[in-house]
Design a protein around this ligand. Structure first.
Ligand code: SF4
Length: 363
């Protein structure tokens, strides 16, 4: 038995007795694999489990998802974050219907042509749902492989990435590739943990060079990240004289695309927060408002930056139908109790939570 096949045999032996039951595992259903893999990209297994079941209840197969209105999909996704995943999910479902007759392609090249499916997800669908011998390299696999091979190079470098993909392929067994890939990811999550690897109970310890050298905690090597930028962003909680609030739907493409928000935007240098809010409302909706008190301040982190959202109570005295969708997809006047029907991002949701706590300030 070659070293790589004995590694795979040890890992699969462990997986057979310790693999974790998950609602998307075992069915060999590419729709389930795809849905779960997209959800798992930025989210923990425990959270995904509940969302996965909700999605399957609402959209039991790819055709029901493709036929659903995007707003409904975004609403169901609310709370999972990284909303481009939900938009891509919807577009991919539609393309599977229109281009592939409702059937998922088996090969990684065709899969990677679909929105939101990269090399990792294509490998996961192809191996887990169709049994193809295709590797996967996610964060867990990177940790295990860099430790097993004791790789001291920065994992963000393209050369290291290429080496990891080649290693992942070399270690793949001839059979049970899908289960092997799941085992590798489970091992990374449950045993080969980032800060406290459980080496004493690890089924592949005898193959692990980092264990032999005592360098586990130094792998994987990641170059220091630059400081995350921070932006101040304003939002208007804009009341009309009829007790309704103005909300806007963001453009469908881009950050938080298609989600609703309290209109506003990023502060530019040299302007006050109030000036920023007035400018943004003119640019996005062509309206002037009276900017009142600061209602609340909310902090939120995205992948590459952080924001502080300053939400101001505002009053609008103009015609109800005067706003124009200049920089937004569309807008609506809604009563406060109707806000829950719309999909909002996390920061705006926190503002709504505050609105619900302080109803005396609504008008
Ligand atoms: Fe990870 Fe330790 Fe197992 Fe090596 S021996 S793969 S470091 S848990």
């Amino acid at each position: 038995m070659s070293p790589s096949s004995s590694f795979a045999a040890d890992l699969l032996g462990w997986y057979d007795g310790n693999g974790v039951e998950m609602p998307w595992r075992g069915a060999g259903n590419p729709y389930h694999t795809w849905l779960s893999e997209i959800m798992l990209q930025q989210t923990q297994v425990e959270t995904v489990t509940a969302y996965f079941k909700r999605f399957l209840d609402a959209y039991p197969d790819v055709s029901t998802l493709a036929a659903a209105p995007l707003d409904d999909v975004l609403k169901l996704w609310e709370g999972l974050g990284y909303y481009s995943r939900a938009r891509n999910l919807h577009r991919t479902a539609q393309q599977i219907i229109s281009k592939f007759g409702g059937k998922f392609p088996h090969d990684v090249d065709s899969l990677q042509e679909l929105p939101g499916i990269g090399r990792y997800t294509a490998g996961a669908i192809s191996s887990i749902a169709f049994g193809a011998r295709t590797p996967v390299v996610d964060g867990n696999a990177i940790r295990v492989l860099t430790r097993v091979e004791d790789i001291a190079d920065d994992v963000a470098r393209p050369a290291t990435q290429a080496r990891l993909w080649a290693l992942a392929e070399a270690y793949l067994p001839q059979k049970r590739a899908g289960e092997y890939n799941q085992a590798l990811m489970d091992l990374g999550r449950l045993i080969c943990k980032p800060r406290k690897p459980l080496c004493e109970t690890c089924p592949v310890r005898s193959h692990c060079k980092a264990y032999a050298h005592g360098t586990q905690l130094e792998r994987p090597v990641k170059a220091a990240r630059r400081a995350t930028p921070h932006y101040d962003v304003t939002a208007g909680i804009i009341w009309n004289t009829g007790g309704e609030l103005l909300i806007a739907q963001r453009p469908l493409d881009g950050l938080l695309g298609g989600l609703w928000e309290f209109p506003g935007g990023k502060q530019e240098s040299g302007e006050t927060l109030e000036e920023c809010l007035r400018r943004e409302l003119r640019e996005e909706l062509d309206i002037d408002v009276e900017v009142g008190e600061l209602f609340t301040r909310v902090r939120h982190g995205f992948t590459h930056f952080k924001i502080t959202l300053h939400a101001f109570t505002c009053h609008y005295r103009g015609e109800r139908d005067s706003p124009k969708a200049l920089g937004v997809h569309t807008w609506a006047w809604v009563t406060p109790d109707a806000l829950d029907k719309y999909s909002f991002g996390k920061a705006d949701r926190l503002v709504i939570t505050e609105l619900n706590k302080r109803p005396t300030l609504l008008l």
